[in-house]
Write a protein that binds this ligand. Structure first.
Ligand code: ADP
Ligand code: ZN
Ligand code: ZN
Length: 816
């Protein structure tokens, strides 16, 4: 009897590959165990066993495996099933899903780069001979490649040695460098409540009469509290009272002053940690409705306005699910996964929460993977960004997709180009679990599904604490310009509101959906504007670095003093980004502390954290930012939101542009006035009568939905028609053109007028590759499966044409 395994290789090839194994291996191996296998001329890969069987491959001689890497499956049957679905639905290979799904250190391969682990305290006696040789080599050289290691130990298969070294913590595999920043916690003080009555205070001052320094501190605390509503920092009090830190410490020790940290304060102010909050009547009603709807629908949409307290409703559902011994997956856009929310949930669930996202190190991710795989108590609740849908859940009871409308749930590059919300719904189906989608501004597709009773629908229409939704005011900047009531990009209305907010010691958020200083630099004399040499876009001016930068490929050059074409020194900028707004603010409001949140200021593991924490702790009065600001953040003291220019949202060339504009405006507005005072939103625009701006400013989701749906029906877009966008890329312009024509023609033979294009996208060249795309519309009655089969067949013929073989073809199913 012969034995074989089919394995998934982490590469873009469609097929599974078959390897020969012996009888003992056959009785040991199971799907989900990793094996090291030879592939191609001299490469070794980590592959995943898909199935064990007795059928030799028909067309090639099966090679033997090198080695078995795991004792138990690392990937379970649910995952294999889900991954196969993903590969099928999103038209990529199972290997690509495998590669995206597991932490990189699970995929030792020929290209892996190995470096020494500086934390390793050498106990050389523990190392085997070969291990010692590599350890030695790494003392002299910072990194080694697999072939170098192979030379050192003089053999081909080095994976066992590497595995040994990894297990002993001697080496690391290449991973990104993580910043060491830990979010800092600022210390604050307040007077202990026992002294806050007039009588208590008098007694206190009497008892302190023989401790003049301590008395001075108390008096300073009073004068500070009288002039500011802000919490008082220990540092500030030190400066004001002119005493040393020791004096304040003594007062804290005597329990006259209480010290606290804003962050811990925020989560513990409702009393004991561990107990979740009592829901108000609207939340309670929503919770009951959700549970009722779950009886009939596997997926329910919770449509609750911003700050209606959706999170607290999720918490109740999570409590019930883990009480039944089941796992919970809580999906969020990456940016919303900050200490804010993590602390909030940890205060309820403590150690039961694991967190998984791309800014975590490989080691941290491996740890979470293993905890989930082993169903450890630590991983009952997994809080994660989109890639958490790949984790080894075995008893999933509930998936929550918070901010389900968020576009960051979609992965654009590389494959699998999946949408985590949709992948999560399918995953919940495999587990017979429930899926709850939550949003204040649901995606059109989602709301449509709910309106068709495919999903359940539950709504909360008021904010927690009955705070009114913010008052939104549209400001016509064409008019303001005409009447000379603009200073830079600020209308008089926006300036008035900012001034008032600052006077009240409230905070302000300003939204501009572009980073950098100005997206275009133009010569006044000849009209030339510097372009990226690698992409078809103009370079964005970044004042802070005094550079011109390409936002597509990262190319940059120093800002020029003279026009590169004619030498004129009269250069002008067009358009504006967050940097320019920040610099105008500094002129207009020199007293205010400003901050900026965009992808230039938030790099590194704690990139967002730094800014969010500083804003929470009121070290920033006015925060300027891009759409990052819109993602489910909960600030307590923001009363004003300004949208600097709503028009460039609307003008985006995409059929979802209006839907997205509505969502963005509503979400960014939702950051204002979340506590007691009603928030204010100023929307600056050249088109104050635009239907979407009107609907967004009136909180009229239903109207927007109705209009959008009509448009979509009329022009054959989702949710009525499905879309597959097919993109071709190549360095050779003519080749892309020819290939795209050929492909479009072949597709038209099968799908006729439902094939649109080919056409160049607005940016038709990126990193020196030309891009052309074709859009396929799939009518409601046309089965998706056979459609994809036809596409696959055409794809195969395309790749059989020698001249086209080097063209990359990318399938974007659903075209998010
Ligand atoms: P959403 O997710 O709907 O935007 P959140 O869940 O963030 O809203 O709630 C908004 C604010 O109201 C939060 O600061 C939260 O702590 C508070 N909150 C919500 N529900 C309750 C409750 N039942 N008891 C006390 N505070 C609540
Ligand atoms: Zn010029
Ligand atoms: Zn570029």
């Amino acid at each position: 009897m012969q034995y074989f395994i089919d394995v998934i290789l982490p590469i873009p090839l469609e097929k599974l590959f078959t390897y020969r194994i012996n009888e003992a291996e056959a009785s040991f191996l199971k799907p989900g165990i990793r094996v090291a296998v030879p592939f191609g001329k001299s490469r070794i890969y980590t592959a995943l066993v898909y199935q064990v069987h007795n059928n030799p491959p028909a067309t090639y001689e099966a090679k033997e495996i090198h080695q078995i890497l795991d004792e138990h499956p690392l990937v379970n049957e649910y995952q294999l099933k889900h991954w196969s679905w993903l590969a099928n639905y999103y038209m990529c290979s199972l290997g690509e899903v495998f590669r995206a799904a597991v932490p990189g250190s699970f995929l030792l391969e020929s290209e892996t780069i190995v470096s020494g682990n500086s934390d390793f305290q050498a106990d050389e006696s523990e190392l085997k001979d070969e291990e010692w040789l590599i350890y030695e080599a790494l003392q002299h050289q910072t990194v080694l490649r697999i072939h170098e290691i192979s030379d050192i130990v003089d053999r081909k298969n080095v994976l066992p040695v590497l595995k040994g070294l990894l297990d002993k913590n001697v080496i690391r595999l290449k991973e990104e460098v993580y910043e060491q920043y830990k979010p800092k916690l600022v210390r604050y003080v307040k007077l202990d409540p026992s002294h806050s009555s007039e009588e208590g205070l008098q007694n206190l001052l009497d008892t302190l009469s023989r401790a003049p320094k301590q008395k001075q501190v108390i008096l300073s605390l009073f004068s500070l509290s009288a002039t500011t509503k802000k919490p008082i920092k220990v540092k500030e009090l030190e400066v004001k009272s002119g005493v040393s830190a020791a004096v304040i410490k003594a007062l804290i020790e005597k329990k006259i002053l209480n010290e606290y940290y804003i962050q811990t304060d925020r989560v513990s102010f409702e009393g004991k940690s561990g107990a979740s909050k009592e829901l108000n009547e609207y939340q309670q009603k929503a919770l009951e409705e959700i549970e009722e709807q779950f009886n009939e629908h596997a997926t329910v949409l919770l449509h609750g306005v911003t700050s209606s307290g959706k999170t607290e409703v999720y918490v109740k559902l999570i409590e019930k699910t883990i009480a039944e011994g089941k796992q919970v997956l809580y999906l969020l856009p990456e940016i919303a996964l900050t200490t804010q929310l993590i602390h909030r949930l940890q205060s309820y669930f403590g150690e039961k929460i694991s967190i998984y996202h791309s800014k975590y190190s490989l080691n941290e991710r491996v740890e979470v993977w293993n905890n989930i795989l082993n169903n450890e108590p630590k991983a009952q609740i997994v809080l994660g960004a989109r890639s958490s849908v790949f984790l080894p859940f075995s008893k999933l009871g509930l998936i929550i997709v918070d901010e389900e409308h968020e576009t960051s749930f979609k992965q654009f590059d590389p494959a699998p180009r999946y949408h985590a919300r949709d992948a999560a719904i399918v995953l919940s189906g495999f587990h017979k679990a429930k899926a709850l989608l939550g949003s204040a501004t649901p995606a059109i597709e989602t709301f449509y599904n709910a309106s068709q009773s495919k999903y359940g629908l539950v709504q909360i229409n008021r904010r927690y604490g009955n705070v009114l939704l913010p008052d939104m005011e549209l400001v016509d900047i064409k008019e303001k310009h005409r009447k000379k009531r603009m200073k830079g990009h600020f209308s008089d209305r926006l300036m008035e509101e900012i001034t008032e907010a600052l006077e009240n010691e409230e905070q302000v958020i300003l939204f501009q959906n572009r980073r950098g200083y100005a997206p275009i630099v133009e010569c006044n004399t000849c009209g030339h504007s510097p372009q990226c040499p690698n992409c078809d876009v103009s370079l964005t001016y970044h004042q802070y670095k005094n550079q011109l930068r390409c936002h597509y490929c990262g190319y940059h050059m120093a800002q020029q003093l003279n026009c590169l074409a004619c030498g004129s020194s009269e250069l002008n900028t067009k358009g504006f980004g967050t940097e320019q707004i920040e610099s105008e603010l500094k002129e207009l409001f020199p007293e205010a502390k400003t901050g900026r949140m965009d992808s230039d200021t938030t790099r590194g593991k704690y990139g967002y954290e730094k800014i969010i924490t500083a804003f929470e702790q009121r070290e920033i009065d006015i925060l300027v930012g891009t759409q990052m600001l819109t993602k489910g953040l909960d600030f307590r003291n923001v009363t004003l939101v300004g949208i600097m220019n709503a028009d460039n949202l609307l003008n985006y060339p995409d059929f979802r542009a209006y839907e997205r504009s509505f969502q963005l405006i509503q979400q960014v507005a939702g950051r204002a006035g979340r506590t007691e005072k009603r928030g204010k939103v100023i929307i600056q625009t050249y088109n104050p009568y635009h239907q979407i701006l009107q609907q967004a400013s009136m909180n009229n989701f239903d109207e927007m939905f109705k209009d959008e749906l009509n448009e979509r029906r009329q022009y054959k877009y989702p949710p009525f028609y499905r879309l597959i966008k097919i993109t071709l890329k190549h360095k050779d312009y003519n080749k892309v053109n020819e290939g795209a024509e050929w492909l479009a023609k072949s597709l038209r033979n099968s799908f006729g007028s439902f094939v649109l294009g080919p056409e160049f996208p607005p940016v038709a060249r990126i990193r020196n590759e030309y891009i052309k795309s074709i859009l396929l519309k799939i009518p409601p009655n046309q089965p998706l499966k056979s459609t994809k089969q036809v596409i696959k067949r055409i794809d195969n013929s395309f790749k059989a044409i020698a001249n086209y073989r080097s063209i990359r073809i990318i399938y974007n199913v659903d075209n998010y």
